[in-house]
Design a protein around this ligand. Structure first.
Ligand code: NAP
Length: 245
């Protein structure tokens, strides 16, 4: 029987109950990984993702955790250690938008978005990295955004959080390369999920291809970063040509 590229690996996908996280979880499971489907407030949706994966002969289970909360992240990793040991592939995908006219963005909005989108990635990565170093294998993948490169349409709080993820990637990429761990970002825009669906400012006309991207197109980029051992410190753009680098 042919071995799948991620056989024997454990992948944690944060915010995997919907949208991009769902497709990423399914794609990593189809490549052979055992996938932890993290969610915050949608247990039924997370269960449906697990069922979707197991129906297709993949392995997955769901764990609730608010990844913006230090104690919840500690609990999450305790449960992961008990069930499967260490995380080999971490996809920091959980995120929120909170779109607002920029002069109406409050300090509370700023702190909520930074905590959920950026501090969470720091907390979860810091929890995952020691075991990756011990195994001399790890893949850290941050779901940033084209907003980090162009400014975007959601607001300065969101853009700063997504640009912060690129800094986190650059730091981990240089610090961890000698330990067999790569760190990379995927910068998508505009992908057809709940996050963009009710925002009248977000239309396919913004994209040179004149269509929204599909979650699977982002998941394909994540799979590349999960399976490749020499791409390190990079941002992979999945944006229909909205930003070119
Ligand atoms: P989405 O459909 O709104 O899904 C967001 C996911 O994040 C949900 O599974 C949600 O879980 C989870 N989540 C939110 N806060 C969380 C927390 N504190 N702890 C754990 N999970 C949490 O969004 P999406 O479009 O798939 O976006 C996924 C990521 O891609 C985000 O980081 C987003 O910024 C980024 N992104 C999206 C686009 C786009 O065009 N869609 C473009 C660029 C970047 P529950 O449902 O359980 O609450």
């Amino acid at each position: 029987m042919e071995t799948q590229p991620l056989s024997g690996k454990v992948a944690l996908v944060t915010g995997a109950s919907r949208g991009l996280g769902h497709s990423i979880a399914r794609t990593l499971a189809q490549a052979g990984a055992t996938v932890i489907v993290n969610y915050h407030s949608s247990p039924a949706a997370a269960d449906a993702v697990v069922q979707d994966i197991t129906r297709h002969k993949g392995q997955a289970f769901a764990i609730q955790a608010d990844v913006a909360d230090t104690a919840a992240v500690e609990r999450l990793f305790r449960q992961i250690r008990e069930r499967v040991g260490a995380v080999d592939i971490l996809v920091n995908n959980a995120g929120i938008g909170v779109p607002k006219p920029f002069l109406e963005v409050t300090l509370d909005d700023w702190q909520q978005v930074l905590q959920t989108n950026l501090t969470s990635a720091f907390l979860v990565s810091q929890a995952a990295i020691p075991a990756m170093m011990a195994k001399r294998f790890g893949r850290l993948i941050m779901i940033s955004s084209t907003a980090a490169q162009t400014g975007g349409v959601i607001g300065p709080h969101y853009t700063a959080s997504k640009a912060g993820l690129l800094g986190l990637v650059h730091s981990y990429a240089s610090l961890l390369a000698q330990h067999g761990i790569t760190a990379n970002a995927v910068a998508p825009a505009l992908i057809e999920t709940d996050m963009i669906k009710d925002n009248p400012k977000i239309t396919p006309d913004l994209i040179p291809m004149k269509r929204f991207g599909q979650p699977q197109e982002v998941a394909d980029a994540v799979l590349l970063l999960a399976t490749n051992g020499y791409i390190n410190g990079q941002t992979l753009n999945v944006n229909g040509g909205l930003y070119m680098s």
